[in-house]
Design a protein around this ligand. Structure first.
Ligand SMILES: NC(=O)c1ccc[n+]([C@@H]2O[C@H](COP(=O)([O-])OP(=O)(O)OC[C@H]3O[C@@H](n4cnc5c(N)ncnc54)[C@H](OP(=O)(O)O)[C@@H]3O)[C@@H](O)[C@H]2O)c1
Length: 371
C-alpha cells in the first residue's frame, strides 16, 4: 500500500535537511523530501545511513507558491529548511496557508520572524495552524532557558548569551551575514530597540575562564517572542563562538560592510552579503562530533530582589536543529500542539518537553542556579 505522507521536509538536500531526515527516520515518521532538484535530493539522502529502509519519497518542486501548495496539499506538517529565509521563504509560508499545513522553519533571521508575526500570524491563527519559525538551535535554546527562568516569580529581565563551536553550512553563512547587516533588536521596557551595527561585546560564559567577543547575531527570537508577554520587560541576546579567529574575520566583514555598503539599496546589500558568504563557506561541514562541537547557553534572569541563572550545556547545535524539526512533526501528528498562530517552539510544545527530547538524545543538560 502506498504511504499517505503527513510530513514534508523542504530543503532536505542541505546540511540541516539531512540531519532532520535522520531524526525523522529515528522517530519512524515517513516523509516527503522536497527540493528543487530530485537527483540531488536522491544523491544527498543516500548519504544518510539512518534512512536505509525508511519510507521517504524525493520530490522536486519549484520554489513557487502554487507548485508548493500542490505538493503540500493533504499533508499536515511542513518543515522548511530553505534559507536565507528573507530571500527564499515566502512561497513556502503562503503555500502552507493555502494547503492548510502547520509551518516550522529553522531561521535565525529575526526580520523574517517579525515579518511572519505581522503578516501571517493572524492568518495562520484563523485557520488553526501553527506558524513557528526559528524552531532551531538558535533561538530555541534561549527560548527554553528563558521559560525555565520565568518559572521563578518576579523574574522580568532575561540576559542571554550563546556560545557555539561548530563549522557552519553554506546557507547558514549567507543567513548570518544578512542577519548581522540588517536591523537587530533587544527588548527594553517592553519596546524593541535596535542594536548598533558592527559593534562587538565582551561576554563571559559560566565555567569559562576566557572573556570572549560576541555579536547580537540578529538579536535573537527571544526579544520578539517576549515582546508582548506581560512577564517580560527586558530581554537581550548575544552570540559568541569558540573560534575567535573566525569571529574576527566576520567582525572585519561587518566593519567593511558599514564603511562601504550601508547606503546601498536593500537588494544590493543582500547580494553583497550573499557573495561574501559564498566566499567564506564553500563546502558542507561533516556531521558534528559531540567531543568537539560543544555549546553553552547562559540565561541570567533578574527581578527586583531576586535572580536566577539557567545554563544549558550541550553539543551539536545543527543536530539539535534536526531533533527540534522532527519533534515538532511527531508532536503535531500526536495531537500535542499547544498553541496555533504565530508561536514560539516553547509555547507550541512546552519548554521542558523540548528540553527533555534534547536531553534524551545526549544533546543537552540544564542547570538552574539561584544567584
Ligand atoms: N538557527 C539555527 O540554529 C539554524 C540551524 C541550522 C540551519 N539554519 C538555517 O537553515 C537554512 C538552511 O541551512 P542548511 O544548513 O541546510 O544549508 P545548506 O546546506 O546550504 O542547504 C540549503 C538548502 O536550501 C536549498 N536551496 C537553496 N537555494 C534554493 C532555492 N533557490 N530554491 C529552493 N531551494 C534552495 C538547497 O537546495 P539544493 O541542494 O538544491 O541547493 C538546500 O536544500 C539556513 O538559512 C540556515 O541559516 C539555522
Amino acid at each position: 500500500m502506498k504511504t499517505s505522507y503527513d510530513v514534508v521536509l523542504y530543503g532536505a538536500s542541505g546540511y540541516t535537511g539531512k540531519l532532520t531526515a535522520w531524526k525523522l527516520a529515528e522517530r519512524g515518521i515517513p516523509f516527503i523530501a522536497a527540493g528543487r532538484n530530485a537527483e540531488r535530493l536522491q544523491a544527498e539522502l543516500a548519504n544518510v545511513p539512518e534512512l536505509k529502509g525508511h519510507d521517504y519519497s524525493c520530490v522536486s518542486v519549484t520554489n513557487e507558491r502554487k507548485a508548493l501548495a500542490e505538493l503540500f496539499n493533504g499533508k499536515k506538517v511542513v518543515i522548511n529548511i530553505v534559507g536565507p529565509f528573507m530571500q527564499l521563504g515566502r512561497p513556502a509560508v503562503e503555500a502552507c496557508l493555502d494547503a492548510g499545513c502547520h509551518y516550522f522553519d529553522t531561521t535565525g533571521e529575526i526580520d523574517w520572524v517579525l515579518l511572519l508575526r505581522q503578516e501571517f500570524g493572524p492568518k495562520f491563527k484563523a485557520k488553526g495552524l501553527a506558524l513557528c519559525p526559528a524552531n532551531s538551535y538558535m533561538f530555541t535554546e534561549g527560548n527554553i532557558a528563558s521559560e525555565i527562568a520565568l518559572e521563578t516569580p518576579g523574574i522580568d529581565t532575561l540576559d542571554i548569551v550563546y556560545l557555539g563551536d561548530s563549522q557552519v553550512s553554506v546557507a547558514s553563512t549567507a543567513s548570518f551575514l544578512r542577519m548581522c547587516t540588517n536591523p537587530q533588536h533587544y527588548l527594553q521596557n517592553g519596546e524593541l530597540v535596535m542594536w548598533p551595527y558592527a559593534t562587538s561585546y565582551s561576554v563571559q560564559l559560566p565555567g569559562e575562564q576566557k572573556v570572549l567577543n560576541a555579536l547580537p547575531w540578529s538579536g535573537g527570537g527571544e526579544p520578539v517572542w517576549f515582546e508582548s508577554d506581560p512577564r517580560v520587560r527586558n530581554c537581550s541576546v548575544l552570540v559568541s563562538f569558540r573560534n575567535q579567529a573566525m569571529f574576527a574575520a566576520v567582525f572585519g566583514m561587518l566593519r567593511k560592510f558599514e564603511a562601504e555598503c550601508r547606503e546601498l539599496p536593500q537588494d544590493k546589500r543582500e547580494e553583497i552579503a550573499n557573495a561574501w558568504g559564498a566566499d567564506l563557506t564553500k563546502v558542507e561541514p561533516p556531521r558534528e562530533n559531540p567531543d568537539v562541537n560543544r555549546c553553552i547557553l547562559s540565561c541570567h534572569g533578574r527581578g527586583n530582589t531576586n535572580s536566577i541563572s539557567v545554563i544549558l550545556r550541550g553539543n551539536s547545535p545543527y543536530a539539535q536543529t534536526g531533533v527540534l524539526g522532527a519533534e515538532a512533526a511527531r508532536r503535531v501528528l500526536r495531537g500535542q500542539l499547544r498553541e496555533t498562530g504565530f508561536v514560539s517552539p516553547a509555547k507550541a510544545f512546552g519548554a521542558r518537553s523540548l528540553l527533555a527530547s534534547l536531553a534524551e538524545e545526549g544533546y543537552l543538560t540544564h542547570e538552574v542556579k539561584s544567584v
